[in-house]
Design a protein around this ligand. Sequence first.
Ligand SMILES: NC(=O)c1ccc[n+]([C@@H]2O[C@H](COP(=O)([O-])OP(=O)(O)OC[C@H]3O[C@@H](n4cnc5c(N)ncnc54)[C@H](O)[C@@H]3O)[C@@H](O)[C@H]2O)c1
Ligand SMILES: [Zn+2]
Length: 353
Amino acid sequence: MPDLMANTNNGNYPIHIQSGRLDRIGEVAASCVKGRKAFVVTDSNVAPLYLGRATESLRNAGFKVATCTVPAGEPSKCRDILFMLFDQFYEAGISRSDVIVALGGGVVGDLTGFAAASYMRGCPLIQVPTTLLAQVDSSIGGKTGIDLPYGKNMVGAFYQPRAVLIDPAVLSTLTRIVMAEGMAEVLKYGCIRDRLLFESIEKGLSDLEWMIERCVRIKTTVVQNDEYDTGERMLLNFGHTIGHAIEKLMGFTGITHGEAVAIGMVYAARMGEKAGYTEEGTAKRIRSLLAKWHLPVHTELPVDEVFQAMMSDKKRLKGKIFYVFLSRIGEAAAMPIEEEQLLSLMKDVWNES
Ligand SMILES: NC(=O)c1ccc[n+]([C@@H]2O[C@H](COP(=O)([O-])OP(=O)(O)OC[C@H]3O[C@@H](n4cnc5c(N)ncnc54)[C@H](O)[C@@H]3O)[C@@H](O)[C@H]2O)c1
Ligand SMILES: [Zn+2]
């Protein structure tokens, strides 16, 4: 039985969340497709750890298995590797009745998802996310794609998987930094929608399975209401507007996405307090929880540069932009705000830090 069902305009799919589930990927795949070939894409860090178990399970379920291991890291989300995958799918005789499996973090998930979306105009895909970020965020929602030399995620597709299989036990091999990056996204869910989750983590919760399920429920519900990212999904951007600007200004090196989002959440919460939207003390709670995970909570970048970088890709509606503020931990809303007001709030917050 799946733990959860995601309902989308393009069909429903199960999300299985359980430690040890990796060994049952064959069963899940067999229930999704009629074909008997499986192609597993993974990366060079995940392959030695989990590829053997995944292929064994698929073989035991009667699949003929081919695999491809791409170099670990963001540069693999590129056109050369995408086209190499198409060649390998062809050589392995993959058809639209077979299954393509993405076994890895968000990089493998986005790359393989897009490859599956476009090969033969769409082959069945199973996401097996192996980082916390991928388990709570990138494997859910159907966004897939690759980077181009001029920008991240420039080419892609909305493509829903046939199933998502989340095994929290595989997180035990993550580095502290990669785990913390995922925690930043987990805390984001707590901030925007789940006070109990946030407070449980404050109290030192260690039940990963429970925590992941709460996050996945929030992401699936938000995505369900806004599959093509035109409204409610905006709430998932809490902390990301400033976060993206910081990543961009730092040239996407020296700071991870999760670290930039951590800083962004603290600043956004404090700005909300200054504007009178957010309950006083919220930023302080977020700051201390992030610091427990050794995530940064402060930037030395000048406020004007961050503002400029933010505005370059902000959508405007009738001269106003929408910015996600918390009212309190667990509740958020996208508020229309004038550019000048936003800059003045940012200046207030920068001045005090
Ligand atoms: N599609 C979406 O909605 C969405 C959302 C957020 C982020 N993303 C994308 O996700 C990507 C980032 O994902 P990520 O943070 O998972 O990065 P990643 O895939 O690069 O994984 C981080 C590191 O952890 C390693 N790793 C993965 N699983 C492991 C395990 N179980 N044990 C040990 N090491 C392991 C990887 O090899 C890599 O070195 C970015 O490309 C981003 O654009 C997509
Ligand atoms: Zn994020």
